[in-house]
Ligand binder design. Sequence first.
Ligand SMILES: C[S@@+](CC[C@H](N)C(=O)[O-])C[C@H]1O[C@@H](n2cnc3c(N)ncnc32)[C@H](O)[C@@H]1O
Length: 284
Amino acid sequence: MQSHNSIGKGIHLTDDEFLKLSQFVYKHFGINLTESKRGLVHGRLQSVLRHHGMESFDEYYSAICKDPSGNLVSELINKLSTNFTYFYRESDHFEFMLNEALPFAEQYQSTLDNDLRIWCAGCSSGEEPYTLSMVMREYFGKKYNDWSAGLLATDISENALSTARAGIYTEDHLRKIPKGWGTRYFTKIENGQFQVASDVSSDIVFRRFNLMNETFPFKQKFHMIFCRNVMIYFDKETKDNLVRKYSELLVPGGYLFIGHSETISREIDSLNYVKPAIYRKVCP
Ligand SMILES: C[S@@+](CC[C@H](N)C(=O)[O-])C[C@H]1O[C@@H](n2cnc3c(N)ncnc32)[C@H](O)[C@@H]1O
């Protein structure tokens, strides 16, 4: 007999429906919706079903599978992904970047073409890549414009990316930034909100990109990759595959930053542990 989950009122989510939806999300986005996430799935998707006038999760699942536009799938992932982030989150990474990773990248590139490439994978609403641009500006100072700094920021969620592109935040998102950054990199606008300075926002290319894609279409390697608090939702196999791809995409000596609550497998021997949540591509 089918059991029904009736957390809250409204449309029921059966075991079979939850299984189908979680398998779909795992297959397409690598996100592992375990039984403990059932309440979250149920709660967040009810309004979507109501909005589309659907009466069951089964009807919703069939519509997703048949939707050629992909809009229903985008909406699903927008609802299920957790976009929590803020400026200067996990600050020791930015101190490490200033003191170790940028001097390395500067030295590595000075014999080449002053081209410095950083990828922020799972950038959410933009606070992390904007922080990276600000750290680079702090490091290079007046020399910043001599560098062609390529900052690529990607996410699966179109909603998060449109917030990122707008670059407008409430004060709460800025609460951890270093002293002086508020006036240097932001303009206060109406309703107590802050807009990221236009030269900082023009540093960044925001793109929708699913980290579960088979191929990663990047021609050049990166000096740093940040993928923080994203793989937390992935199982070991998905995470290992992704970390191997990151490793291939780093220059020798390049750095991978992950979230502090995450670890990567010891089996990936092309990356050396540096300190918590920082790994370095081995040099041949
Ligand atoms: C909690 S946020 C982390 C934001 C930021 N990196 C930080 O540490 O503050 C996780 C982000 O990963 C994104 N994400 C989850 N699965 C993804 C996938 N398969 N491909 C690309 N982005 C994904 C989510 O949309 C979300 O914006």
